[in-house]
Write a protein that binds this ligand. Structure first.
Ligand SMILES: [Zn+2]
Length: 447
C-alpha cells in the first residue's frame, strides 16, 4: 500500500509519498512533522490517494481548531477495510459521510461530518439502483433517515457511555435531541445550499412549527422543488393503522401523563430496521419527513417515517434489539462502579462504534480505558450464533488490544433477563481487569 500525492484538478497522482512520510501520516499525524507535512500539502491544494484499492481511495486535508487532519472523501474515500489503516467507515455510496480517521480526539471534540441527502425526488428509485451497485454485498443498506440519525448521534458523541447515571425523563431526552439537531448545521440538503438544520425540528412543538413553516414555503414553490421538513419525535408506544395509513404515537411526560400525536396520510409504511415490530412499546425516535405531494394539497403529508429504538433512560443512542439496550445499560452501570475505584488519571467508557456501517448480524461495543499515555481498547462483540466464534482479524478502525466474542446464549439470555445482565457484568469486569493489567505491563505500548 502506497500513498500518492494527488492533484484533484487533473485527477492525477503526482508522486509517491516516501515511506517515512507515509508512516508519519499513518501513526503520528498530530506530531510537528505530521502537521508540517499536512499544512504544506494543503497549501499546495493537494490531496492524498491511497492505492490499497483501485480506483485509489482519496483523502483531503482539513484544517480545524488549529490542527490539520486527513479526511476520507465522502464518496471516493473508501479504503480496503481488510488491510488499510486509513479505512475508517464503510461507505455505500454518495449518501454516506466523511469521517476524520484521527480518533485521538474522540470524546473531546465534535467532528464535523457532513451528510448529503435528497428530498423525496421522483428519481429516488434510480438513485437506489446506483447506490446498490456500488455497495459491498455484506453491507446492509440503511434507510436514509436512519443514517441521518446515526450521523447526528455520532457527531455529537451520543453513542458514548461514560458511566453517568441515567434516568428516564422526557425533558432530558429532548435536550439530547436538540444537541443532535445542532450538529445538523454541518449537513446539507442535496441540490440546495440549505442546511439540514434549517429543516430539522424536534418534538411535538417542533412538529407544529414544521407544518406552519411548510405552509409558508408552499406559496414560493419553484419548479419541482418541494418544501420538506424532518421532525425527530420521542415516542414510547407506537401503532400503525394500515387501513388509514396513520401512525399513532404516544409519549409519556415525566409525570406519566400520555400525549398522543397522529401522523396521518403516510405515503409509505414506516421503516423499521431494528429487531422490533409494530405495535410496540419501547422508547424510540420517530423520524418523520413532511412534504407536499401536490401543489393543491392544503396540508403537508408525512412522506416517510423511520422508527429507531433507542437505549432510553436518558440516552438517545440507537439500539437494534433488546440485548443491545440491556448491554448498554449494564455497561454504563458497571463503568459507574469502576469510576469510584479508578484514579483521576484514568477514564473508562463504552462506545457503540460506527453506526453507519452497522452490521445487523452482531452487536459491537468498544470498551476504552483512557490513561495519560494512550487509550487502551477492547472490542466486545455479541452475536446470536456460535458460528461467529472465529478468530477475528485485528481491527484497524477500533485499534483494539483484544476482542471478546460472546453469544447471547452464553450470556444466559435464553433463560432470563437477570441471567443475561449478570453475564454482562462478569464479562465487562473481566474486560476492564484485563485492560487495567495491560496498562502496567512492560512493553505494552510497543505494538
Ligand atoms: Zn487505503
Amino acid at each position: 500500500m502506497t500513498l500518492h500525492v494527488y492533484d484533484k484538478h487533473s485527477y492525477n497522482s503526482l508522486y509517491e509519498l516516501s515511506e517515512h512520510d507515509e508512516g508519519i501520516l499513518r501513526d503520528n499525524p498530530r506530531s510537528d512533522a505530521g502537521q508540517d507535512l499536512l499544512s504544506s500539502l494543503k497549501s499546495a491544494n493537494r490531496w492524498i490517494a491511497c492505492d490499497c484499492k483501485q480506483p485509489m481511495a482519496l483523502m483531503y486535508i482539513r484544517y480545524k481548531d488549529f490542527h490539520y487532519s486527513l479526511v476520507n472523501h465522502y464518496e471516493k474515500g473508501v479504503h480496503d477495510p481488510s488491510r488499510c489503516r486509513f479505512f475508517s467507515s464503510v461507505m455505500g455510496g454518495p449518501k454516506e459521510v466523511t469521517r476524520d480517521t484521527d480518533e485521538a480526539l474522540i470524546g473531546d471534540d465534535r467532528e464535523d461530518a457532513f451528510f448529503i441527502f435528497r428530498k423525496f425526488a421522483p428519481d429516488e428509485e434510480q438513485d437506489k439502483a446506483k447506490v446498490s451497485s456500488k455497495a459491498s454485498p455484506s453491507l446492509k443498506k440503511r434507510d436514509s433517515f436512519l443514517r441521518i440519525y446515526d450521523n447526528l448521534i455520532e457527531s455529537t458523541y451520543q453513542n458514548f457511555f461514560h458511566g453517568k447515571p441515567m434516568f428516564r425523563s422526557q425533558l432530558a431526552i429532548n435536550k439530547r435531541l436538540f444537541i443532535a439537531r445542532d450538529a445538523s448545521s454541518e449537513f446539507f440538503v442535496k441540490g440546495t445550499k440549505k442546511k439540514l438544520l434549517d429543516v430539522l425540528y424536534v418534538g411535538k412543538k417542533g412538529y407544529e412549527i414544521a407544518v406552519s413553516e411548510l405552509l409558508k414555503a408552499k406559496s414560493n414553490i419553484v419548479d419541482r422543488e418541494r418544501p420538506t421538513a424532518i421532525v425527530l419525535l420521542l415516542v414510547d408506544q407506537l401503532e400503525f393503522n394500515k387501513r388509514t395509513n396513520t401512525l399513532a404515537c404516544v409519549s409519556y411526560d415525566d409525570d406519566g401523563v400520555p400525549s398522543l400525536l397522529h401522523l396521518n396520510d403516510l405515503v409509505k409504511p414506516p421503516v423499521i430496521e431494528a429487531d422490533v415490530s409494530l405495535p410496540m412499546k419501547q422508547s424510540c425516535i420517530v423520524i418523520a419527513g413532511l412534504t407536499f405531494i401536490n401543489k393543491e394539497d392544503e396540508l403537508p403529508v408525512v412522506g416517510k417515517v423511520a422508527i429507531q429504538p433507542i437505549v432510553g433512560e436518558g440516552s438517545i443512542c440507537p439500539v437494534e434489539n433488546a440485548y443491545e439496550r440491556w448491554f448498554v445499560l449494564v455497561a454504563n452501570s458497571v463503568i459507574l462502579e469502576w469510576k469510584k475505584r479508578l484514579g483521576e488519571q484514568e477514564k473508562l467508557y463504552v462506545q457503540k462504534p460506527s453506526l453507519i456501517s452497522y452490521d445487523p448480524t452482531h452487536s459491537e461495543f468498544v470498551l476504552t480505558l483512557k490513561t495519560q499515555i494512550k487509550p487502551l481498547r477492547c472490542l466486545v462483540r455479541l452475536t446470536t450464533t456460535s458460528n461467529d466464534l472465529v478468530d477475528l482479524p485485528a481491527d484497524s478502525f477500533t485499534n483494539t488490544k483484544f476482542q471478546f466474542v460472546v453469544t447471547y446464549d452464553a450470556l444466559g439470555f435464553k433463560d432470563d433477563r437477570e441471567k443475561f445482565v449478570s453475564g454482562c457484568i462478569t464479562l465487562l469486569n473481566e474486560c476492564i481487569n484485563r485492560l487495567h493489567s495491560i496498562q502496567y505491563d512492560r512493553g505494552a505500548y510497543e505494538f
